[in-house]
Design a protein around this ligand. Structure first.
Ligand SMILES: *Cc1c(COP(=O)(O)O)cnc(C)c1O
Length: 472
């Protein structure tokens, strides 16, 4: 494809995306596709000769699009939001356009320095502890996901506790990790990958608000120490996936400090809200954390993937993940004056992700980002009120931010049927969880294009659907 052809098809594709955004509401939110239906249309053999771009795009429209679940639909309320936005899409495109691989400072100094700069900005914007600044002992780095961030945290904690890399045979004690029974599954996955094992992950009980009980954590740690085990890692969650419960990070942090345990704080969804000064209470106690992450790719208008991961001591992370083969040696790295972000993550190669994040922050400014967050929090409070004041529904968890957990007062069967009917209608998409063992619907309000009318439509649709189910 020569530059002229690229120009032509590029313009057409931008038109396609702009039309798509305009027409988002006309698509069924959840793909109405049976397993195998898409693959069966893709052709058996890999093409020997290339196709014209027009043909590829036609196939995309006719084969791929029908199998898409429209995460950007304003009526997508499932799991968690996966925001995109104009500036973010264009930043992503530009990143591909210049095709940079930013593993070392040398391989594109601007990629590294922009990332450092934008992540330092966000320390200020979210009022995170100053130690997370690159100008202090810490620093931030963009990971692909919160799952990778917690894995880097577990590995660094393991290193801190055992000098693992140089001293594997010298590990005399079994390491133990802790998180709440409401924590994300990525914590257990990280603990497994790090060789700690699920049996050595303690799932700490929660209180009535589904937040970790710090006394239970203290008891578990004491018990493990008595057994001769070595507590090394705690993950606290700000905004759990099931119900957006907020662990008491300050109390947990004091326990970790007393026992010299690495504290990671997972704020994947909720962290973005701290861009609003009135939501900074969320991060209370964060100064105890050795590491922290939040996902602009959920609720801060930046398309997947973009997780901001911060550490208090970058030396711990670099000691754990740094590696220096001859073929990557260069004078800039040798001076120690530059960051080589390959030493801050699992893989070597890395995308220029800070470009889209910079575009988003520059384009919207703090005021624009705050408006985005505030409208969703407000709409969620409104939705919660509708649930609370309706005699047939009950709320199942507090609504500190933008997730409402609720159910119809009848039984699990009706609630399951309700979710299934709503999603099959194509008019909205929600997901479920279990709260105290009871089947519960989740409505997470955070889409880039979600406004008051969509939330009102959802509530009306829920009421109507319940009626229909009860009549049949
Ligand atoms: C979404 C979420 C995760 C997983 O995020 P990824 O970036 O997809 O790995 C982890 N923890 C919490 C609290 C989340 O909300």
């Amino acid at each position: 494809m020569n530059p002229d052809q690229f120009r032509q098809h590029g313009h057409e594709l931008i038109e396609f995306i702009a039309d798509y955004i305009e027409q988002l509401e006309s698509y069924p939110v959840q793909a109405q596709t049976r397993p195998g239906e898409i693959r069966n249309q893709l052709g058996d053999t890999i093409p020997e000769n290339g196709d014209p771009f027009e043909i590829i795009i036609k196939d995309f429209e006719h084969i791929i699009m029908p199998g898409i679940t429209h995460w950007q639909s304003p009526s997508f309320f499932g799991y968690f939001p996966a925001n995109h936005s104009g500036p973010s899409i264009l930043g992503e495109l530009l990143s591909a356009g210049i095709g940079v691989q930013g593993m070392l400072w040398l391989t594109s100094p601007a990629a590294t320095e922009l990332e450092t700069h934008v992540l330092d900005w966000l320390v200020d914007a979210l009022a995170l502890p100053d130690t997370f600044q690159s100008t202090a002992t810490g620093g931030g780095v963009i990971q692909d996901s919160a799952s990778s961030a917690v894995l880097c945290a577990v590995l660094s904690a393991r290193e801190q506790a055992t000098d693992w890399q140089s001293n594997q045979t010298g590990i005399q004690q079994t390491l133990v990790a802790y998180t709440s029974e409401q924590a994300h599954s990525s914590i257990e996955k990280a603990v497994r990958i790090a060789g700690i094992g699920s049996d050595n992950l303690r799932l700490i009980a929660v209180d009535q608000q589904f937040a970790m009980n710090p006394e239970a954590l203290q008891r578990a740690i004491d018990n493990d120490i008595t057994q001769g085990l070595k507590p090394f890692f705690v993950c606290a969650t700000i905004g759990t996936t099931s119900t957006t419960a907020i662990d008491p990070v300050d109390k947990i942090g004091r326990i970790c400090e007393r026992h010299n345990i690495w504290l990671h704080v997972d704020a994947a969804l909720a962290g973005s809200a701290a861009i609003c000064p009135e939501q900074r209470w969320l991060h209370q106690g964060l100064e105890y954390a050795h590491s922290y992450c939040f996902n602009p790719h959920k609720w801060l208008l930046t398309n997947f993937d973009c997780d901001c991961f911060y550490v208090k001591h970058r030396s711990s992370l670099i000691k754990t993940l740094g590696i220096h083969p001859e073929y990557l040696k260069n004078p800039a790295s040798d001076t120690g004056e530059v960051f080589d972000y390959r030493d801050w993550q699992i893989s070597l190669g890395r995308r220029f992700r800070s470009l889209k994040l910079w575009f988003v922050i520059r384009y919207y400014g703090l005021q624009g980002l705050r408006k985005h967050i505030r409208q969703h929090i407000e709409l969620s409070q409104q939705f919660a009120e509708w649930v609370d004041t309706h005699p047939d529904f009950q709320r199942m968890a507090p609504v500190p931010l933008n997730l409402v957990c609720f159910r119809h007062n009848s039984d699990d069967v009706l609630n399951q049927k309700l979710l299934e009917t709503l999603n099959n209608s194509g008019k909205c998409f929600l997901t479920h969880t279990r709260v105290n063992g009871v089947y519960t619907l989740r409505v997470c309000i955070g889409g880039t294009y979600t406004r008051e009318t969509h939330v009102q439509q959802l509530w009306q649709l829920i009421l109507k659907t319940v009626q229909t189910i009860q009549q049949t």
